[in-house]
Ligand binder design. Structure first.
Ligand code: 13P
Length: 254
């Protein structure tokens, strides 16, 4: 069953008390929303707050927490890093892997990301694997090649069984934090392309069951149009996930 998901990536925002307030506000506002096993909400706070956020979300049936990053080893001399086993131990069910900010600012390659994906799956943490092209790549019509390389490089080492844990987020880099959203046609085209790649590699059942999120300036004003696309199964939300009312409006557009 393909899940519909709205995930909020807070990036490096909010102090501890603000983080608790935001989660509690969203959870309160969601009491009247019709969440279900195939319609989920995910919070991805800074890792410092993962435990306190998980304590709140784990009391709710269809709300989960997500790490923004993990390292690809379980333990050892990796100062400053967090393992999938560690985030799992504080109640976290998902992790982002390969957000464009990590690819660009922290030089994460598809080879590194493939290892992170595998490590997360072994530990029972579901990866939300992010892909997206730069504006120059889209302008030079290389966007399909770029996405194909990111999907193949980060994910296609997985077995069919392992792949069933994956969620993909398509986040065109030119739309992140810019106020410029991909049109619903642009989002649909790329999501259908990704689903086709997955069908060719893992078969139709795997591709039908795959949740593909759109991210990049998704807001209350454009969420419903994006989510109405047949291959867009929800959103990975940055800025608008920092304001409880806006985030809940986006969730209600699912
Ligand atoms: P914005 O919604 O702020 O554009 O961020 C999208 C994003 O990067 C989510 O991971």
């Amino acid at each position: 069953m393909r899940k519909k998901i709205v995930a909020g990536n807070w990036k490096m925002n909010k102090l501890q008390n603000e983080a608790k307030t935001l989660v509690n506000q969203v959870v309160d506002l969601l009491q009247n929303s019709n969440l279900s096993d195939d319609k989920r909400v995910i919070f991805s706070p800074p890792s410092l707050y993962l435990e306190s956020v998980s304590l709140i979300t784990n009391k709710e049936a269809f709300i989960s927490s997500c790490s923004q990053n993990i390292y690809f080893e379980n333990s050892g001399a990796y100062t400053g890093e967090l393992s999938a086993a560690m985030v799992k131990s504080v109640g976290c069910e998902y992790t982002l892997v390969g957000h464009s900010e990590r690819r660009a600012l922290f030089h994460e390659t598809d080879i590194i990301l493939a290892k992170k994906v595998s490590c997360a799956i072994v530990q029972g943490v579901a990866p939300i694997y992010c892909c997206g092209e730069l504006l120059a790549e889209r302008k030079s019509k290389k966007h399909y090649d770029i996405i194909q390389a990111q999907i193949e490089g980060g994910l296609f080492h997985l077995s069919e069984d392992e792949f069933s844990n994956i969620i993909i987020a398509y986040e065109p880099v030119w739309a992140i934090g810019t106020g410029e959203t991909a049109s619903s046609d642009q989002a649909q085209e790329m999501h259908a392309f990704i689903r086709g790649l997955v069908a060719a590699k893992y078969g139709n059942t795997a591709s039908d069951n795959l949740t593909i999120l759109y991210g990049g300036s998704c807001k209350p004003a454009n969420a419903a149009e994006l989510f109405a696309c047949p291959d867009v199964d929800g959103g990975l939300i940055g800025g608008a996930s920092l304001v409880a009312e806006d985030f809940v409006k986006i969730i209600d557009a699912l």
